[in-house]
Design a protein around this ligand. Structure first.
Ligand code: NAP
Length: 282
């Protein structure tokens, strides 16, 4: 009998997670099935409990349920503790464990796949939703010089910075919240778009001068052209979509569930060949 896993979200039909986990299972010889579950906006908890009652072992959680998943978890571990958002649930009998692997996924993609060190860099994080909460602590652990959080709704960026100030006081040199209009004159080495603007063909209002020489523009959105990466290309800087992050966070979830760490590079290469993401450009 295979062990059952799935990704749950709304919408969820676009998710590449089933292909990624099927690839990991083939590579590692783990006997699992992995499906998509569409949950109604008000029906997340019921859908999780029904999946567990049907023998499910664990779930990946995507938009818009990461905060709800965190609240549902009886035990939160690792980066989920500070993030207040969970993207991975693991069922241990009656107990639901919540984890957040998004930040590990981002940092591994930056440092291991793209070979960009975060240490000492000026980082701009755009967006203050679930994804930004998930990546903040792992990013801070890489010891960037500064992290500026910019968001359309400034209060949410201020709340995010306040949240991590309380939890991560020692790591907090140089973290601040700013509106996009206040970025004129500032320059960054790593610019991470953690907004969902690209999904609707939009981008945060950035000044052209915001890219330092040699900067990396990273969009968490994958499998489509985004205005942010097009804008960055026109400024002549290196760009990457979020496909590598997606595969890396999936690998960490797989490890949590199965205790086996799959190879990620072949899966990233295969998905890019199949058109599941645009290539990082030098
Ligand atoms: P979320 O909680 O819904 O937050 C969305 C964020 O985007 C908010 O900060 C929102 O600003 C901002 N935003 C939306 N439309 C905008 C626009 N037109 N201009 C400027 N800002 C805009 O979503 P999330 O969970 O944080 O996810 C964000 C994105 O990251 C999604 O596209 C998701 O698919 C992607 N993601 C990718 C990975 C990966 O592995 N590659 C992992 C996690 C997430 P306001 O606060 O002002 O509304």
């Amino acid at each position: 009998m295979s062990d059952k896993y799935a990704v749950i979200g709304n919408p969820v039909e676009h998710s590449l997670s089933p292909e990624i986990h099927a690839g990991f299972a083939r590579e590692t010889g783990e006997n699992i099935t992995y499906d998509r579950i569409f949950a109604p906006r008000e029906g997340f908890c019921d859908a999780v409990l029904a999946f567990r009652a049907a023998g499910g072992k664990g779930l990946n959680v995507t938009l818009p349920f990461k905060h709800e998943a965190w609240r549902l978890a009886a035990v939160r571990s690792g980066f989920a503790l500070a993030a207040g958002a969970a993207n991975t649930l693991s069922f241990q009998g009656e107990r639901i464990e919540g984890h957040n692997t998004d930040g590990i996924g981002l940092v591994r993609d930056l440092t291991s796949n793209l070979r960009i060190a975060v240490r000492g860099k000026r980082v701009l994080l755009m967006g203050a939703g679930g994804a930004s909460y998930g990546v903040m602590e792992p990013l801070l652990r890489e010891q960037p010089e500064t992290v500026v959080v910019a968001n359309r709704t400034l209060e949410k960026a201020i709340a995010l910075v306040g949240h991590f100030e309380k939890l991560q006081a020692r790591a907090l040199r140089g973290i601040s919240a700013r509106p996009y209009e206040a970025l004129a004159g500032a320059q960054f080495d790593i610019l991470i778009n953690a907004t969902s603007a690209g999904l609707e063909g939009a981008m945060p209002p950035l000044p052209e001068s915001v890219f330092a020489p040699g900067a990396l523009a990273y969009d968490m959105v994958y499998a489509r052209r985004t205005p942010f990466l097009d804008f960055a290309r026109r400024q002549g800087v290196r760009v990457s979509d979020g496909l590598g992050m997606l595969v890396e966070q999936a690998a960490e979830s797989f490890f949590i569930w199965r205790g086996v760490r799959p190879e990620t590079k072949p899966v990233i290469a295969r998905l890019r060949q199949e058109g599941g993401g645009r290539r990082a450009e030098g």
